[in-house]
Design a protein around this ligand. Structure first.
Ligand SMILES: C[S@@+](CC[C@H](N)C(=O)[O-])C[C@H]1O[C@@H](n2cnc3c(N)ncnc32)[C@H](O)[C@@H]1O
Length: 387
């Protein structure tokens, strides 16, 4: 089925789509403590390119802005990060869904440096200049490969027209996420979104899934076709073990509910069975470097889970591998922290919280940018100032 602009608009224009994006339940602990900080980290990498002495205003275009999550993340970054907070944010969100745009404009009506407009990224000809063209929540995955090329081409053409130095952040679904392992052989499939169900049937929603090589090939071709010099590319995976669909089981029903287990670790009132966290996923065929990555990553993950188990007197088998530097001191740090706690019944809560934190750190620091997480961010820095 061909996805026309009207098709996507119809899917997102349902009031349950807007409700879903605004609902408190959507913001679980993994989203708040793992995913949002990681998206901010990616945005920060893009923003850091700018020389603070040159300008104080940062003009941001958020593509597929929905109800404005990108604006919320940027505002947080601008408020809290010392390296960023002397810029003034000038934010423009565009989205194909009038319902999303209306909701976003109502939500931020009092903020005069923020506006949202209804636009289809596949057919827009930009006129205004921006410093960052960002995206979050995988809007570009709605497009076919050809449509992605066309949409990026219009952005890069605008960058050249204004002779700007810019960063373009392209957020798509990772092809090799464990959430949809049975689909690894296909790059575009029906990602029927359960929260858009009407009368019990999820709407068909065709989405494109990307490996790092494929996304880079499209981004590079766009820059070459337009003749825009590229300073560098970088790729980032977000949510490798904890993608949303590890909990829904929608596309890989046999997968342990890793996201729910991490949410449970982060909830002081819940006791988590640590052995459930062991990564024991049978992987099917994929390029060698993808399989190698999962082998290495699962070894680190399982060893950390096993170390936490040992501290609580639970035996969880794991191979003895060398941990990355960023997480190497975990066991000693937990033991040191426990010495500060006199009441033994509080040990478990502390260990569970520290385990969640070290697993988050493992994902954030060891992600290879291959397309092995729920989201793959491709960032392209372009410099058209010399054209
Ligand atoms: C999963 S939502 C993400 C929304 C928001 N960025 C967030 O992080 O919550 C994807 C958004 O992309 C928008 N979208 C899909 N195709 C689009 C297109 N061709 N042009 C503009 N927006 C589009 C949808 O309407 C939807 O709001």
């Amino acid at each position: 089925m061909k996805v026309t602009s009207d098709r996507i608009k119809t899917v997102y224009d349902k009031s349950n789509a807007v409700e879903h994006y605004l609902s408190k339940d959507r913001r679980d602990s993994v989203k708040i403590e793992w995913e949002e900080p990681f998206s901010c980290f990616v945005f920060k990498q893009a923003i850091k390119l700018f020389d603070k002495t040159k300008k104080d205003k940062l003009r941001v275009l958020d593509v597929g802005s929905g109800t404005g999550d990108g604006y919320v993340l940027l505002s947080k970054l601008f408020l809290e990060d010392q390296e960023i907070n002397n810029y003034q944010l000038d934010y423009f969100g565009i989205d194909i869904s009038p319902q999303m745009v209306k909701t976003a404009n109502d939500l931020y009506a009092d903020e005069n440096h923020v506006k949202f407009e209804c636009t289809d990224i596949r057919t827009t000809n930009f006129t205004e200049a921006f410093d960052i063209y960002l995206s979050c929540g995988v809007p570009y995955s709605h497009l076919t490969n050809e449509e992605l090329h066309k949409a990026l081409k219009m952005i890069v053409t605008n960058i050249c027209k204004h002779r700007s130095r810019c960063a373009v952040i392209v957020d798509v679904l990772g092809r090799y996420s464990i959430e949809w392992k049975p689909k690894w052989g296909q790059s575009r499939w029906d990602y029927a979104m359960s929260f858009f169900e009407s009368e019990g049937h999820a709407e068909p929603t065709w989405m494109s899934f990307y490996s790092h090589e494929h996304l880079k090939e499209i981004m590079k071709k766009v820059a070459d076709d337009v003749g825009c010099p590229v300073e560098k590319f970088e790729f980032f995976d977000r949510s490798i073990i904890v993608g949303r669909h590890t909990s829904t089981g929608q596309f890989n029903p046999n997968l342990p509910k890793y996201r729910s287990f991490i949410n449970s670790l982060l909830d002081p009132l819940e006791k988590t069975e640590l052995s459930q966290l062991v990564f024991q996923v049978e992987l099917n065929s994929a390029p060698e470097h993808i399989l190698e990555f999962f082998k290495k990553f699962s070894g680190w993950w399982n060893l950390l889970v096993s170390q936490a188990g040992a501290i609580l007197g639970e035996s969880i088998e794991a191979e003895l591998v060398e941990l990355p530097l960023e997480v190497r001191g975990f066991k000693a740090e937990v033991e040191k922290e426990l010495q500060q706690i006199s009441e033994k019944h509080l040990y478990r809560e502390k260990v569970e919280l520290m385990l969640a934190e070290v697993l988050r750190k493992l994902e954030a620091t060891q992600q290879p940018g291959y397309g092995v997480g729920h989201d793959l961010f491709g960032v392209m820095w372009l410099d058209a100032t010399g054209l």
